[in-house]
Design a protein around this ligand. Structure first.
Ligand code: SAH
Ligand code: SF4
Length: 424
């Protein structure tokens, strides 16, 4: 979501004549688009901000702007800690970024704008995309789930869906602009439509997008396991463009911890969903988010996490150490887990998942697979790199004209994080 928002900020500013630069010394404006999900991201942001103090002294006309979830949450704290900041804008205030910057240019006074609710959908703003072939398409913004560890509902607000027609017409114009692959975005895409239609319309949206001519691949993230419907699984199984990949964050394997997290599913019901997915969608890849060290997590609870990982057989996982976020219920819970226990569990979890990731990749050796070529490998100019529909990276030797096209590749070698193939 942050990547998408950054593309919109870039689009908005480029229509006002600003250009992007990767050279900090020549930048007249520096924008931080921040993440507040874990303490680590927040610490890094404040560290980077602090490093700009000297630069700002040298070039007082340089404008520093801070947006994203930390801005939304810590408006006063940012100015207090970093008086060299000129603009603080909340997650719902992106549309006004250019005018906030212009007001600082004119008055040289710091400004702050933070709304509690979304007024202008960021999707109505122009965009400068990182890749010509790919676009992020938010379908629902915000979250109503209030998992007890999570800051997102406090920084992104309640769920607001976009009407189906609005999404389809955006996707059609993206395709006319050269986009071949889209990733639908939502904290929980399965909730899509509930606020406007009174029921989830995610499966219907997938089916409608599957008919958009010229579009090649449809991805989406994230599915909350509590409400992934059979209808959605069927849409993925039967859709031509809908990629066979589901990101289904499990977070933990113990029913006690899942309850304390307010995830609203059990280990058993989660595994049932996983089995439905494996049965219905041949060749599907399944990925997840997992957290260790939630308050009160015992060794036995953690063994349940290892067990669910073993049973669900994820293709890959984003693994996290629980980080207490101020304002969430979990931050106030007793029985916080010592850092050494958390890091020991983290290492054991990563080791298990790496083994499974490699095993699942080995199963693909010898298969012929369709790869969308994204570009040239950073490490070797003769090697192309692309992705399977299941979102696995495949490197293979091939001609440059295949870039941004599909190629059939025979898988020759499996690694934990990528595959190596041979062009057919
Ligand atoms: N909406 C998505 C998740 C968004 S946050 C979902 O429900 O799946 C992405 C991931 O960050 C989460 O899945 C979780 O694993 C992790 N995360 C969120 N809050 C965290 C915290 N306080 N400490 C550690 N990890 C956290
Ligand atoms: Fe956070 Fe839970 Fe909402 Fe995901 S579903 S954004 S983890 S509160």
């Amino acid at each position: 979501m942050n990547k998408h928002d950054s593309e919109r900020m870039a689009g908005l500013l480029s229509t006002r004549g600003y250009e992007q630069t990767s050279d900090m010394a020549s930048a007249e404006i520096i924008i931080f688009n921040t993440c507040a999900v874990r303490g680590h991201a927040e610490d890094r942001f404040f560290g980077n901000l602090n490093n700009l103090r000297r630069e700002k002294k040298k070039r007082p006309n340089m404008i520093i702007a801070v947006g994203g979830c930390i801005a939304q949450k810590e408006r006063d704290f940012i100015f207090e800690k970093a008086p060299h900041v000129d603009v603080v804008f909340g997650t719902h205030n992106m549309a006004n970024l250019a005018s906030l910057i212009e007001s600082v240019e004119l008055s040289r006074q710091a400004v702050c704008e933070i709304a509690d609710k979304i007024e202008v959908m960021p999707t109505s703003l122009p965009s400068v995309r990182e890749h010509a072939y790919h676009a992020w398409v938010p379908i629902i913004i915000g979250c109503n789930n209030f998992c007890t560890y999570c800051i997102v509902p406090y920084t992104r607000g309640r769920e607001v869906s976009r009407p189906v027609d609005d999404i389809i017409s955006e996707v059609k114009s993206l395709v006319a602009d050269g986009v071949q692959e889209i990733t639908l975005l939502g904290q929980n895409v399965n909730s899509y439509g509930r606020d406007i239609y009174g029921e989830s319309r995610f499966a219907a949206l997938l089916r409608a997008l599957d008919k958009v001519e010229g579009l090649r691949r449809i991805r989406f993230t994230t599915s909350h396991p509590k409400d992934l419907s059979d209808d959605t699984i069927d849409a993925i199984a039967s859709g031509e463009k809908i990629c066979e990949h589901i990101h289904l964050p499990v977070q933990a394997g113990s029913n006690k911890v899942l309850k304390a997290m307010n995830r609203k599913y059990t280990k058993e019901s989660y595994l049932e969903t996983v089995n439905r997915i494996y049965d219905a969608i041949p060749g599907v890849s399944l990925t997840t988010d997992i957290m260790v060290g939630f308050p009160g997590e015992t060794e036995e609870d953690f063994l349940d996490t290892l067990d669910i990982v073993e049973k669900a057989r994820y293709d890959s996982a984003f693994t996290f150490i629980f980080s207490p976020r101020d304002g969430t219920l979990a931050a106030k819970m007793e029985n916080q887990i010592p850092a050494s226990v958390k890091s020991d569990r983290f290492d054991r979890l990563v080791e298990l998942q790496n083994r499974i990731s490699l095993e699942k990749n080995i199963e693909l050796v010898g298969r012929n697979i369709e790869v969308f070529v994204e570009g040239i490998s950073k490490k070797n100019k003769n090697v192309l790199t692309g992705r399977t529909r299941t979102n696995k990276i495949v490197n293979f030797v091939g001609p440059e004209y295949l870039i941004h096209k599909e190629a059939m590749v025979k898988i020759k070698e499996a690694h934990t994080w990528y595959l190596v193939g041979e062009l057919l």
